[in-house]
Structure formats: structure tokens, C-alpha cells
Design a protein around this ligand. Sequence first.
Ligand code: NAD
Ligand code: TYD
Length: 376
Amino acid sequence: MKSIVITGGAGFIGSHVVRLFVNKYPEYRIINLDKLTYAGNLANLKDIEDRPNYKFVKMDICDFDAFYKLMQDEHVDGIIHLAAESHVDRSIKDPFTFAQTNVMGTLSLLQAAKLYWESLPEKYEGKRFYHISTDEVYGALEMTHPEGIPAPFTTKASADSHPAYGEKFFTEDLKYQPHSPYSAAKASSDHFVRAFHDTYGMPTIVTNCSNNYGPYQFPEKLIPLFINNIRHRKPLPVYGKGENVRDWLYVEDHARAIDLIFHKGQIAETYNIGGFNEWKNIDIIKVVIKTVDRLLGRKEGEDMDLITYVTDRAGHDLRYAIDSRKLQRELGWEPSLQFEEGIERTVRWYLDNEAWMDNVTSGDYQKYYETMYANR
Ligand code: NAD
Ligand code: TYD
């Protein structure tokens, strides 16, 4: 039986990873380690919280002693590390918290794992430290074709006609050039993870993924924020001219990639994860408005006038675009969903789960832990 810690499992992507592992691997013991910051919400995992192979532990990843003890008590074999401060706008206001959690927290996990695994007779045999990172560490790409050129790659997620906005993509060998405090902190944590492999021989893997979308994303991020605002006919704050390009991947496809890489990925390797699915913000916003309108029985496009151009984000990266061909070539992963299907599913989920959204926007979800877990 494998004992696996998933950090940040109460967050957006982490909850999908926890659900996938708990359902798919009844023989594993899945320990969800989360501090439950504003972004952590145990209601994301209601459907699996009573499973015998699942356990929740409220812990700060910066708490070295507590984590070292957990490694010993649970005989932890694998760590899938997602816990982080994840929102660029917050990092601009409060960079210290990002350095503390993303850098010091990751270092604390690495050091505790190292001491525990090195104390075992088998050492690092069968062990794995898998660090989940972002494409934002690579910096920003140029937009050499503002109107978009036909996508050079065809996957299930990117229709043939879907444009790429330049010839250059993020590949695994690119130099890191982070611009925001968020991406600088993630870059630093990536370097520490690789340093633990190179210095101590720890079996590490790093993946860098593009923007995720789907159910359970905290509504400070573009897509859930805008779905909720359209529903309530509130203004949609578009930064700058809405020309920035992001590369969107459905969250369950990311979780499937994490499962594959955790089990089959090469130690010390980096894999980029993305679906060749580039969108200008303003174009994706229009798709979201039309979809919400249609699903709410409004006239399609009638809420376009909610679009409100506001001051640009400081240091706003122009374009992200992932080249995920290494992952496709070496491990056979490809996204399963067309974007049109993924966005329809996502909008429908937020509209069908109004109680979840109201709970999060009102702050009530933070009481969930107290009532559900405090007395167990
Ligand atoms: P999220 O903000 O939704 O969730 C983060 C989780 O980490 C929350 O449950 C929070 O409570 C927990 N956490 C924060 N600080 C903690 C601490 N000190 N100790 C323990 N737990 C703590 O984030 P997300 O969007 O799910 O992202 C998860 C990971 O994936 C992050 O590492 C992020 O950098 C990376 N990533 C995200 C995206 C994306 O589009 N969301 C894309 C690529 C990579
Ligand atoms: P976000 O979801 O914050 O992800 P990231 O900054 O990690 O890419 O933002 C996605 C894009 O949408 C980004 O270019 C910033 C833009 N954006 C807005 O225009 N308005 C908003 O209110 C938000 C939250 C984001």
C-alpha cells in the first residue's frame, strides 16, 4: 500500500487530483494536507471525504516539525505538491506571503522528506517528490501574429482552425524569466526542487502547466469571477485592452497528466502540460458571456455591455503558450476535451452549483472545517 501526501488538496486543482487518486487507487492511502487558506475549501471534496483511503490533515507546509512527524507516522512514499499562493493580483499586493508559502514552504517539505527518506533502509527507492508548477515561470512570449495564425499542432483540445498568436512556445529548455512576485516565487521553488535532486539524489519531477479552468476554481480568477458577475449582472473588469493571451486547459485533463507523470514520468525530468489552446482574454470573455446568457435563457450576447475596461495589471504578461509535445511524445498524454465542450461544462457547473459559489463569495465555506472536522 502506497502512502501519498497531496498538498493543497482543498484548492482548485488539488481537489481534482485528490478525487482522481481516491477513486482510481483504492489501495493507496491519500493524505490531503492543506492549511485551508481563503483558497482552501473542503466542500470541494464532499463526495469523497468518507472514503477509507482518504484522510484530511490541516497543516501549514511551512511547519517543518509537523510535516516531518507526518512523514514518519504515515510512512509517506510520495508527495504531490500543489499547495501555494496562486493569484497574481494578490502577489502584487503581498509578495511576502508568496515567498513564505511558495518558497519556504516548498523548501520545508523537501528538507523533511529528505531527512525521513534518508533514514530508511531503502532510502529513496520507490519514493517520489512531484512538484506542480506553472508556465508563468518562463515569462512572457511575443505576439508576432496579433490576429493569430493557424495552430501548428492538432490535438483534441485545439480545433484545426484555432489560432496561435506567434511562432514561439514555452519549451522545457527555456530559461526562466518570471515577472510577477507569484511567478518569481514559483520559479524559486522549482529551482529548490531540482537542487534537491542534483545535490542529494532526491527523486523529483517538476511540471509546468498552462492556465486551468473548470469546476471548483476560486472566483477571483478570470473565468469563475466573470461567470458569477454575468449571472448577477455586475461589471466585468477587463485588464488593459483584453489583448493578453492565455493557453487554457480543462482541469481534469491536468489531473490526468499528473496521475500519468507521477507513475510513469522520468525522475529529474520537467514536462510542460498544455492543450495548444490559446485565447485572447477578450475573445474568451465573449464566449463566456454568450454561454452564460444561453444557459440562463437570456438573449445570447445581451450581457456584452457588462464588459468594462479597467487599468491594466502591473507587469501583465502578454502571452503564454505551452509546447507540450514532449509529454505527448514520451508518455502519450493528450487533452481529452475540445475547448468548446470544456467551457460549456464549466459554465453549466457554476450555474448549477450556485450554493457553492454563494458559500465561497460570502465566506461561509471557511466554517465548514470547524463543523465537519474539528470534533472528529
Ligand atoms: P488554489 O489557490 O486554488 O489552491 C491552493 C491550495 O493550497 C489551497 O487549498 C490552500 O488552502 C493551500 N495552501 C496555501 N498555502 C498553504 C500552506 N502554507 N500550507 C498548506 N496549504 C496551503 O491553487 P490552484 O489554482 O489549485 O493551484 C494549485 C497549484 O498548481 C499551485 O502550485 C499553482 O502554482 C499551480 N498551477 C496552477 C494553475 C492554474 O491555472 N490555477 C496553472 C499551473 C500551475
Ligand atoms: P487569472 O485568472 O488571474 O490567471 P493568470 O493571471 O494566472 O493568467 O487571469 C487570466 C487573464 O485574465 C490574465 O491575463 C488577467 C486577466 N484578468 C482580467 O482581465 N480581469 C480580471 O478580473 C482577472 C481576474 C483577470
